[in-house]
Design a protein around this ligand. Sequence first.
Ligand SMILES: Nc1ncnc2c1ncn2[C@@H]1O[C@H](COP(=O)(O)OP(=O)(O)OP(=O)(O)O)[C@@H](O)[C@H]1O
Ligand SMILES: [Mg+2]
Length: 325
Amino acid sequence: MFMPGEAANSLWIERYRPKEFSEIQGQQHIIKRLEAFVKNKNIPHCIFSGPAGVGKTSVSLLIAKKFHGENWHQNFLELNASDQRGIDTVRTIIKDFCRTKSIGTDLPKLIFLDEADALTKEAQHSLRRMMEQYSETSRFLISCNYSSKIIDPIQSRCAIFRFKPLEREDIKQILLYVAKNEKLDIDADALESMIDVSEGDARKAENILQSCASLGKHITKKHVFEIASAAEPKEVIDVLTLALHKDFQKARSKLLDVMTNHGLSGIDIIKQIHKEIWNLPLTDREKVNLIEKCGETEFRMVEGSDEYVQLEAFLAFLTVVKEEL
Ligand SMILES: Nc1ncnc2c1ncn2[C@@H]1O[C@H](COP(=O)(O)OP(=O)(O)OP(=O)(O)O)[C@@H](O)[C@H]1O
Ligand SMILES: [Mg+2]
């Protein structure tokens, strides 16, 4: 969500990535254990599961830096499981990396595998084999949104850490810290609104703050709503209304417009729809039915079903929701 024209390295989510374990807000149950692993120079394979923007990648980078000290770069490999080049490339890179001993130390190398729930079952089995094969020389840190999507044989080889959405107070501390450093003046109600819209996601909070700050050093509630509504278009209401009036074709083309204009994924849209359902002119029963359908649609998308098919099915359901009762 950063403004065009800014260098990527000035993204605040990178500038304010915690550099010490003590700078991580919340997740205290996790941090204590990880610090002990690092201190004892004994790290198991780990799974970090949890929602976006709560510190999974930050913690992994910290482990690498604290574990390997100044050599950390050479002994740390960061990979994204949803790498466009496919699992074969990922496998080759891991093999090449693991084949040699750590540089300048006897400690195992660390491989950080992001978005591991994007891996197919077969790819996960091959990952499991690599974990066995290279367990002498390497440890895997596996990050995912849902640990249930990781196959049992991997889960049973790992210590599992469940990250939680950050508390309001944690997000507040993060925002205040950034604001102080960037010399921003945030109205009290603007701060509360930012905490509301970020929904426990520190990345979202910092991105919204950065976008607001590009409008000026004094941040008001109005700014926050302007920025947040760009990411959460109110046009979604129009799509729902069209579908409720049984104008399926228009609803569908409007939906495509919203998605392409705002660059939103199916999951973004269904979450937005979910928020708007209570504002629709429907009975409570009808709303409850829709909420249930929303849940089903979201689940199917997360499971990998085509998002357009799912969204259209949802719109189709909307056109009949009133008749069904
Ligand atoms: N617990 C936290 N304490 C302080 N800052 C945080 C915390 N979690 C996230 N942040 C901020 O948000 C940014 C993004 O966090 P991070 O990359 O660790 O999220 P993540 O959990 O890996 O998310 P994703 O699942 O989307 O990869 C960090 O650079 C940092 O600025
Ligand atoms: Mg991450």
